[in-house]
Design a protein. Sequence first.
Lengths: 329, 327
Amino acid sequence: MNLKTRSLPDRLHSPRSQVFKNWETLLFAVAVSIFVVNSFASPYFLDAWGLSDATFNFTEKAMIAFAMALLIITGEIDLSVASIIALASTAMGAGLQLGLGTTELVFIGLAVGLLCGAFNAVLVTVLGLPSIVVTIGTMSLFRGISYIVLGDQAYRGYPPDFAFFGQGYVFWVFSFELVLFAVLALIYGILLHKTNFGRTIYAIGNNPTGALFSGIRVQRVKFILFLLTGLMSGVAAICLTSRLGSTRPSIGAGMELEVITMVVLGGVNILGGSGTILGVVLAAFVMGLVTFGFGLLNVPGIVMSIFIGLLLIGVIALPRLWKMFLNRR
Amino acid sequence: MIKRFLIARETLLLGVILLLIALVASRFPGFVSAGNLVNVFNDTAPLIILALGQMVVIVTRCIDLSVAGNLALTGMAVAMLNSVAPGLPIPIILTISILLGAGMGLMNGLLVWKLEIPPIVVTLGTMTIFRGIIFLISDGKWVNAHEMSASFTGFPRAETMGLPVMSWIAIGVSLMFLLLITRTSLGRAFFAVGGNPHAAVYTGINVGKTQCAAFVISGALAGLVGYLWVARYAVAYVDIAGGFELEVVAACVIGGISIAGGLGSVGGAVLGALFLGVVKNALPVVHISPFWQLAISGAAIVIAVTFNARSNRSSGRVILKPARSNS
């Protein structure tokens, strides 16, 4: 889908990586200023419990965004994540009807996530199909299965100890989800920036053919990343289901857009090849703070989605407009 | 060679559709009555029109996920216009809806052309922006049948020469596309851009401009369908045609339009849409819950894209397996 040949970074500190260092500084500044503006705009903003509640706006999405960032850096994409949540949640609900306990439900959620990821992975890496179409297809397919199972019904009555994943607190105002988010951020940060596996991800994104010729098993790496994205969707499904306490087939609808926005806002190149986990973490905070601030100001959800759409386009458009402006002078 | 293959593919799809109709008819003969078949076609008309618009976009290596949002926004705009000014004649309404839709398509196109933003990102973004704008202009309220004038809602349903106007529009658009694709330089440019953008540049084709044109066409058709949709169902609200963009892409993929660009035909798009239309209308007849619809179109996309890739595989000797770059 991309027509331009991208220049490859031939030095370790290319101007490009410098730009992305700046990008994260910029994001950090944005996050801080939103924080300050919000605390002036609403007297209810600066409250430990309120802020703790606000983190639920982004923790589940960010979990998926970490894996998605890796996938997008290799030049693939997964649009089916929200539908995987629906299917995993439906499977857990079905398990609940069979009288399974919390441990089994968690296992089911993770297993369904992995299976869906594997399904995408086989279609993309083994059969060699374009990931955009495949995941548009599985996006309908996975959620469609939830609709077949549930129709207009809902699963309710999850066991009390299952509620811990979405509603429990580990320590003071630090919820289980927030702690999980921090741990996952660390794991993905190390995976992407400190391991050989992480380096192969960048290599594939910058030049798949070159990566293959230098002995990287391109398809296998992509396979693993689709699995990881599926698994993360399973984790998010557990958290979301636990937080909502019920399963409907429309659960998490449209979340794929927010996940991708988060990744792109975090400075990950949508065409692959560059991006950092730190950027994604900061983007998660920015989006969470904005949503929370808007919520306090009584802005309806659908208006926030305009903002997210504008953010998605604006984040890519503004630097390019700026460049055009500079070139013209 | 390619042309012959395409013909074979379309006949195959036509065969599948006929087989499907025959299967349903063997149990429920009422399904193949002329009246019902007209209904099925009329019901599929919006999908056919949008699939044709999507086809040129996909052929140029882009994708337009904002068509359903565009449709809903235009539909809401003309419905509100009609409730304010009921006397406005239909040709003006049609012109406004097409222009509005084309304007939104132009926005997508310019972002893709001038700023070189990947089409999937642009249209994912505009998809939600359009929906949000509907909420802003309508304040979340519905425009109901009693607020629309009789001529406004009557137009797509009016029967002329045995078919409702909506069906005639779908047929007309299909014929125009046939001309556009096979007889104009723009039609050739779409395929040139999709087949090999670098070569297209050397033959003097402006790749970005051609892609922008594809988006404008897709947007204009989405606008047209926006009015037809709202008038036919006599209601407009924020979520009309929610998720319809996926069905449109599904119709194209089933019709053999390659997402890698440069490959596709008018017949394929129409037959792909008809396939989904027949499935959709057959489900209630054979007593399967309409909740199956989503999963079936999803499965159809996956199967069709697998099938496309299998049949497009080159038969040359593979010396070293090339790595695929991102689609």
